[in-house]
Design a protein around this ligand. Structure first.
Ligand code: CU
Length: 287
């Protein structure tokens, strides 16, 4: 009876420990300079709730968004593993923006915005981070002017695997590449040898095959060629002196003789190596 009770208790404790609870990161320590952190892997960098950026007459609008991050949002993008639930955001310049960032995975994710003015945002960044399932919130004031900002997760390969978006102030300054569902890949994966994956349109598959079939560019000057040219250049004066006054037949005979000598050296070296190795083996055998 006592052992049954103990086992049940153990199972309850183990279950609670293995399932990481969703964590609200709302008791952050303010380290100054817009940098806030807690012990649970929650972090805000570049927080700015009241300083108006140069060139803004005031706060143009006050907005709030909730960004979800997780592998489940990448399912609709073939070849991607991680994604945000939304890939594009647009706001009026000088908007005061509060971002609620929700991580739905059991790994670390970030919502990091780049290209902000450094006098206002250290390292030009606004950054939210949560390790494991949880929520964190931060606020910034967007700069004036029409610009496209990169937002991504900076953990190794998370952006390349899909956790990437763009935020435009006004009409922005163009589109960024490789944003899932928005802009084409910079480097398209090539599946042509195993056929196009399900869901790839015929025209796209044909384009991929064309890219795969295109001749790969070989470098015009290879390392071997360079070595060959250098050896040739070094030998030329020597051979010129040697061949002076010789007929074509004599030159050929001389070159043949040289080759024979070289082969002789190589054969002698190999047989010497063979005796060395075999004597070593026999010594080890007798020891
Ligand atoms: Cu991530």
């Amino acid at each position: 009876m006592r052992s049954l009770l103990l086992t049940t208790l153990f199972l309850i404790v183990a279950g609670a420990a293995s399932a990481k609870q969703f964590q609200e990161h709302n008791a952050l320590m303010d380290h100054g300079g817009g940098h806030l952190m807690d012990m649970g892997g929650g972090m805000v960098m570049g927080q700015n709730v009241d300083r108006i950026p140069d060139g803004c007459d005031g706060i143009a609008a006050t907005k709030e968004i909730t960004v979800h991050a997780g592998h489940k949002y990448a399912k609709k993008f073939p070849g991607r593993i991680y994604a945000f639930d939304v890939q594009e955001y647009q706001f009026e310049p000088c908007t005061k923006l509060t971002v609620h960032f929700i991580n739905e995975d059991n790994v670390r994710h970030q919502w990091m915005m780049h290209g902000l003015p450094k006098y206002l945002y250290p390292k030009g960044m606004f950054h939210l981070e949560v390790t494991g399932p949880g929520k964190i919130s931060g606020t910034l004031i967007l700069p004036p002017g029409e610009k496209t900002y990169l937002v991504h997760c900076d953990l190794a390969q998370h952006m390349e695997k899909g956790m990437k978006g763009q935020l435009k102030t006004g009409n922005g300054s163009g589109d960024l590449p490789s944003i899932p569902g928005v802009t084409p890949f910079v480097v398209q994966d090539d599946y042509s040898t195993i056929g196009p994956p399900a869901g790839i349109e015929k025209a796209e598959a044909a384009q991929m095959a064309k890219v795969a079939a295109a001749p790969r560019e070989e470098p015009l000057i290879s390392g071997v060629l360079v070595i060959g040219l250098a050896v040739g250049l070094l030998l030329t004066p020597f051979l010129m002196r040697k061949f002076k006054g010789m007929s074509a037949g004599e030159i050929v005979a001389y070159l043949l003789d040289l080759t024979k000598q070289l082969i002789g050296y190589v054969v002698r070296f190999l047989s010497w190596l063979y005796t060395q190795v075999s004597s070593l083996i026999s010594k080890q055998g007798s020891a």
